[in-house]
Design a protein around this ligand. Structure first.
Ligand code: SF4
Length: 487
């Protein structure tokens, strides 16, 4: 039986026919989604549920397991001329579920797509064009097409004001522009779905509009020092591949920037490149004692408390390692909010107790910690002076790597803490139950929201503490290595 073309399959096919084909015919090859994918999906579901409250008298199509039952139920609801949530259509091998259908004048309908994002992307317009095509084939007369997305300018009051949380944008003209291409694309994707595994070369489309889940599979044949890892190579990396240049070592120097040449030298020699004078200048700016600070935050689409904006970063945890003098012992402070309610009042109190008045506050990617501290200052005006003074003491340990004063071939073009750490120290994150910031946020939100047993929650909290402490210990170890390498 031919595969149904759903809107997610259609969008996969637009990004890459091979992606669509593999999901349909060789699902076992597709790596599982990570914590980031789970967060995105749960934010989308939460917003859809909230959006339904905007329509008085709306009715949701029951979530029957059988698609035919959902289609039949949709038909009955449409005849009542009420707002319908989750209307489902299946026509000529195409299937789609519509977030909201709203009665419009003249027996027509407005179609509304609910999106978690803060802006309207081309992929959303393509999504709506596919839905419109299916509905027209099903005999539904459409009026306007809308996207309902989160308004990031909204600041929550005592209550959640749904009409202000969402922004409704008319995208009818944009959708009509791509409409004529849908039919042809559907026909060609149907052929792909029924045919053999398509041969599609890797390219910029692998990361546009999303990082493809099949990258670990399709890119596996690239050599270790391949040109996609070249600093700031972007789309030009695929131009190099087209010309038969696969490895960074094979790129002529004349085509490289200064920093890319440093990277090439590291790759060719297999040795870390260190500009000792630049590293010493950076080290000279440090003021002791040193405070190694890292926050973990969550950024819910729906602000859970008054005063918060959608997607505002709310810290719930920090780790702080302190060293009073060079080669002195390390002390450790930490905070993790495990009670219900806003984590910020307790976190600010603990942080200001733990972090003394003098010395540099060492971070990895300082702008993130600076933003968190300034937000906290806005939240607790009484402590704003101390928090902004703390922000003024931030230094960015990633700077020597960002500026290529240091570059190790093992970084593979990345300057993330996780990529840099194992290249010059014995530390990594492999032994931890949580291995990334996204996983930390996902684990924390799940533990706080669910009715897990205290024992299960305690395991999550222990993993979170170990993860965050590893980040600040990592910074200390990297600084030690940096100091030694500059002499
Ligand atoms: S990794 Fe690239 S080539 Fe492979 S399926 Fe995904 S988008 Fe297509």
């Amino acid at each position: 039986m031919p595969h149904l073309l759903t809107k997610s399959r259609y969008l996969d096919g637009l990004q890459c026919p091979k992606l669509m084909w593999t999901k349909l015919n060789a699902r076992e090859r597709v790596p599982a989604g990570d914590a980031w994918h789970h967060q995105l999906a749960s934010a989308g579901r939460q917003l859809e549920d909230l959006a339904m409250q905007l329509w008085q008298g709306g009715v949701e199509v029951p979530p029957f397991r059988d698609g035919a039952e959902r289609v039949a139920a949709t038909g009955k609801l449409l005849s009542k001329r009420v707002p319908v949530f989750g209307a489902t259509f299946q026509v000529e091998g195409r299937h789609c579920r519509v977030d909201v259908l709203e009665p419009a004048p003249g027996g027509r309908w407005d179609l509304i797509e609910v999106k978690a994002g803060a802006r309207i992307r081309n992929v959303t317009v393509q999504d709506l064009a596919f839905q419109r095509d299916v509905l027209l084939a099903a005999g539904v007369e459409l009026d306007r097409l809308w996207v309902l997305h989160v308004d990031t300018g909204y600041v929550r009051g005592e209550q959640l004001e749904l009409p202000e949380l969402f922004r409704r944008v008319d995208v009818t003209e944009r959708v009509l522009k791509v409409g004529p291409y849908v039919e042809k694309t559907v026909a060609s994707l149907r052929e792909v779905a029924a045919g053999p595994d398509p041969d599609v070369p890797i390219g910029p489309h692998c990361n546009d509009p999303h990082a493809c889940r099949l990258i670990p599979v399709c890119w596996a044949g690239l050599p270790d020092d391949n040109v996609t890892q070249l600093h700031r190579s972007g789309r030009s990396a695929f131009g190099l591949l087209d010309q038969g240049i696969f490895r960074i070592r094979d790129i002529p120097d004349a085509r490289l920037s200064v920093n890319q040449r440093i990277q090439k030298t590291a790759v060719v020699t297999g040795e870390v490149q260190v500009d000792r004078a630049a590293v010493r200048r950076w080290l000279d700016d440090l003021r002791w004692p040193l405070w190694f600070l890292d926050f973990e935050t969550m950024a819910p689409a729906v602000p859970p408390r008054p005063g918060l904006r959608p997607y505002q970063q709310v810290p719930f945890q920090y780790s702080l390692h302190v060293q009073d003098e060079p080669d002195g012992p390390l002390r450790h402070h930490e905070f993790l909010h495990i009670d219900a309610g806003d984590p910020r009042p307790c976190l600010v109190r603990a942080l200001l107790d733990n972090l003394g008045p003098g010395g540099s506050v060492v971070t990895w990617n300082r702008e993130y910690e600076r933003m968190v501290l300034h937000d906290l200052a806005g939240f607790v005006p009484r402590r704003a002076g101390q928090l902004t003074a703390m922000a003024a003491r931030l230094v960015d340990l990633a700077d020597p790597w960002h500026t290529f004063a240091v570059h190790h071939p093992g970084q593979k073009g990345s300057t993330s803490l996780k990529a840099v750490l194992p290249t010059v120290t014995d530390l990594d994150y492999a032994d931890l139950g949580i291995g990334s910031g996204a996983e930390a946020t996902h684990a924390y939100e799940a533990a706080m929201a669910s009715a897990e047993s205290p024992a299960v929650r305690e395991v999550v909290f222990r993993n979170l503490r170990r993860y965050c402490a590893r980040d600040t210990l990592a910074m200390h170890e990297l600084l030690r290595w940096l100091t030694a390498s500059a002499t």
